[in-house]
Design a protein around this ligand. Structure first.
Ligand code: 5GP
Length: 191
């Protein structure tokens, strides 16, 4: 997706050989024009499938999933919670995820009320690194007995192994920008 690649080149900041900061348009301050273009692109790529819900993970996936949902006729968006709370129904699907950014494990949870075996799910997230967040979401979808239409990622770091892990699960993966390398502070795309 050319527009997204332009944003990454102009406004992204490489802060380590494996970390890209996109706080000025995707993760902290949100550029809604770009979000809309992302939503439309996901809709076009998954337009053949009759998706019933979009599933993501808090926090940065939520905005992307919500705007994307508007291009799928206002589908419901469900997000996996990272923090337990007293008001969370104890009837939850749960999975353990290793955080790329924090370097530690955490539990993700989705209330059983919001996913079921009749659902066909599109998973959306901002970044794909080693695939742990997406694998956790796939685990939750499977626990619910739901179908998976595919996974939509805004920025894939193709030099990490998330793509391989997802494809090994026989799940369709669509990434809007694929980064080959961040070495030397420079962003190089796959294509
Ligand atoms: P994974 O689970 O695939 O290893 O990592 C994906 C998650 O880590 C994403 O949800 C994203 O929030 C975060 N993440 C991974 N790599 C980056 C990165 O280079 N920049 C930012 N801003 N977040 C990242």
């Amino acid at each position: 997706m050319e527009l997204l690649k332009e944003y990454i080149i102009e406004k992204g900041r490489v802060i380590a050989d494996d970390v890209l900061k996109v706080d000025s348009f995707l993760n902290h301050q949100l550029d809604i024009g770009l979000y809309q273009a992302i939503g439309q692109e996901f809709q076009q790529r998954f337009s053949q499938d009759s998706i019933s819900k979009i599933l993501t993970i808090e926090a940065s996936g939520i905005g992307i999933a919500c705007i994307t949902a508007q291009y799928f006729g206002n589908l419901p968006v469900v997000f996996a919670k990272k923090f337990s709370a007293k008001n969370l129904n104890p009837e939850v699907y749960e999975s353990r995820v290793f955080s790329f950014t924090k370097g530690q494990f955490y539990q993700i949870r989705v209330d059983k009320k919001y996913l079921n075996s009749r659902d066909n799910i599109l998973i959306i997230d901002d970044f794909l690194a080693n695939g742990n967040a997406v694998l956790g979401l796939l685990d939750i979808v499977r626990q619910a007995g739901a179908k998976i239409s595919g996974v939509g990622i805004v920025i894939e770091k193709s030099f990490q192994d998330g793509r391989e892990k997802i494809l090994k699960e026989n799940v369709r993966l669509e990434s809007l920008a694929r980064i080959k390398s961040l070495e030397g502070g420079k962003v190089t795309f796959m294509d």
